[in-house]
Design a protein around this ligand. Sequence first.
Ligand SMILES: [Zn+2]
Length: 456
Amino acid sequence: MDYKQLIIDSVNSKAAYYEELAMKIHEHPETAYNEVKACAWMAEALKENGFEVEVGLYGMPTSIRATWGSGRPIIGLLAEYDALPGLSQKQSTVHDPVVEGGPGHGCGHNLLGVGTLAAAIAIKDDLEQNGLEGTIVFYGCPAEEVLSGKPFMAREGAFKELDMAIAYHPGAAPGVSGGTMTGLNSAIFHFKGKTAHAGGAPWLGRSALDAAEITSVGANYLREHIKDGIRIHYSYKEAGTAPNIVPDRASVWYYVRAFDRADIEDTYKRLIKCAEGAAHMTETELEVEFLGGCYNTMPNATIAKVLHETLGEIPDTEWTQEEKDWADAMNKNSPLNNGQPVPPLKDELPPISHEKFSASSDVGDVQHIVPCASFTTTTANSLSGSHTWMITCCSGNSIGFKGMIRAGKVMAAAAGKFYRDPQLVKAAKADFEKDMDGKTYVCPIPKDIPIPQPEK
Ligand SMILES: [Zn+2]
């Protein structure tokens, strides 16, 4: 039998099992580093299907490393299963949370995780039934939504065992990106001053809030002298209690994003000088809490090409009229709706995109360790945007599940090509060497930064 047909049959035969698991994770959304249930369910499914499973490696209780097979190539599959805060949503085409302010799968990582699991099992069926050599390493990667899960895993030694890796993300259209997303550094500047009565004896006070504000004034002047495309954004975490009390504590949380790690490091160093200068001016103390950082994405051209070709080979999702009507109703309620006609669900495969995008993904770290690229399938209405209640909704109904099932097939069929053709793996490695241009991966998170642990 043709191996692609074998893969399609493998995924189809367990579709109900995958949908049930994706639904269970959807109904129990857990945010970054707290994916205790999702991790346990995924690990159990991998064990049930014959994988060697390790949970809690890399100092991360919600990580998974599961393997099957032997010899080369060693191909990694990157799964995620964390939810987003505040994106709880019922099965409704209008915004209506299950729990007001509660978490939800507004990025579809339940589909991402289970679609990748389906691919791992289908690859195993392919390798086993066709007697092929090669190893699958399924990584359950915690905390993508805070962009530090994979960097921490990398810091603790993950991914470098691989010849290459494939990643998948749910989306509003099928596609493969050959363009770059930004990397970032994330840090909170905490200032400690001296409190005093702001009316009665202000000369005795040293305002931590002044320091936080002056940091931002400095950062805003800094913007004039940084390269195009670098982003600096911030939000106050703590800013005093009442006007008549000089605030002795204040903190401001900053992101620095850029399309190149060196630009992130450079701008971040200069931003710290703004904070240090502010502390000096206000006679307050500065503590920098570095929360994490990640690389820009660097999709591997050979893997991207194979993924794109494979997306063209695996039949499109067939939508029912009911699903199209549902998606259409959601589009009508989307803030992205500008009155122009759009298909409710996008099926057309566009050429590989080379656009730059100023959001970030921690897959970038893996892409600086081994050759790796990712693809999307349609799992939500065409105007769902990113990180929205519409995505939460579609990630828990047949629209999301159908896209997830297709993703499992695409990922496994693409991997099948690499397991069959050592030259293709070589070509991916050659692209990687060229892209790295002699540089090596250095984890953006220093050794002394502790890994966040589940809350309970
Ligand atoms: Zn995501």
